[in-house]
Design a protein around this ligand. Structure first.
Ligand SMILES: [Ca+2]
Ligand SMILES: [Ca+2]
Ligand SMILES: [Ca+2]
Ligand SMILES: [Ca+2]
Length: 258
């Protein structure tokens, strides 16, 4: 006999009728279980009924099926008995939120990574079953619009890919923070958040720019050594060593003209 539904108290009499006659039934025994016990009730004309009683809260994630054996013993001498198998299947309720392996992650991406490049695959799991463990991914309200425009989040797979150009110089995006929610599809949805920091690394994609701020076009022949001839500034938009510049004069440019 299979019992589905929420267990509290169940009548087991029908389970046994086929196996053992109700006449002269003396009592019932249930196999050892930490979750279930039976209560034997007396009916009219000395008949006996057994109710299955839940002793302890069931947890499908711990044990989904309980196999019990009910034994009916008659009052004859010698006593004879019959057994019936009682299978209790525990229905799932959505009592587990999806879980990420880690609550926070930092990923490093090179600027100018091609559109579609994989950043990370967020893999959340849920211990429940069916729609209670069906996970969808979304950005939380705390993820900036700029970040959402730059990175694509696949709602089904949790895969984050590059959607917009990552430019270390233009937007000062050294760190972009994504707050991703994994929500199950239970009737009352449960969700968990994972923080992903994407660190954009500089690539040497800018050449130094020379900006000549003043230049004397004519220099008197008797100009003293050390006279300032031109004032210039050099800039490089990259960071660190990619932005350090060394100035030198090319010998080919130093030509005398008459
Ligand atoms: Ca769940
Ligand atoms: Ca569950
Ligand atoms: Ca750069
Ligand atoms: Ca550079």
């Amino acid at each position: 006999k299979e019992i589905n539904g929420e267990v509290g108290r169940f009548s087991l009499s029908n389970a046994v009728d086929r196996d053992v006659g109700t006449n002269a039934l003396k009592t019932y025994h249930l196999s050892e279980s930490e979750y279930f016990s039976i209560e034997v009730q007396s009916g009219r004309e000395g008949s006996k009924f057994a109710d299955l009683i839940l002793k302890k809260t069931l947890d499908r994630e711990k044990q989904a099926v309980h196999n019990l054996i009910l034994t009916a013993v008659d009052g004859g001498t010698p006593a004879r008995s019959g057994t019936a198998s009682v299978i209790v299947r525990v229905l799932d309720t959505n009592d587990n939120a999806p879980m990420f392996d880690k609550a926070g992650l930092t990923v490093t991406m090179l600027e100018n990574s091609p559109i579609g490049s994989l950043v990370i695959n967020l893999n959340a799991t849920d211990l429940d079953e069916g729609s209670n463990s069906d996970i969808s991914y979304s950005y939380s309200l705390y993820t900036s619009e700029k970040t959402q425009e730059t990175f694509n989040l696949n709602p089904t797979t949790g895969e984050i890919t590059v959607k917009g150009m990552l430019n270390y110089e233009d937007f000062n995006i050294y760190d972009m923070e994504l707050k991703v929610l994994a929500s199950d599809k239970g009737s009352v949805s449960l969700s968990t958040q994972c923080n992903v920091v994407i660190r954009v690394e500089d690539v040497n994609d800018n050449q130094p720019e020379i900006d000549i701020t003043s230049l004397s076009s004519r220099i008197p022949e008797d100009a003293a050594p050390g006279t300032v001839v031109a004032l210039m500034g050099v800039t490089d938009r990259d960071a660190g060593v990619n932005g350090q510049v060394v100035c030198s004069l090319s010998k080919r440019l130093l030509r005398y003209s008459s």
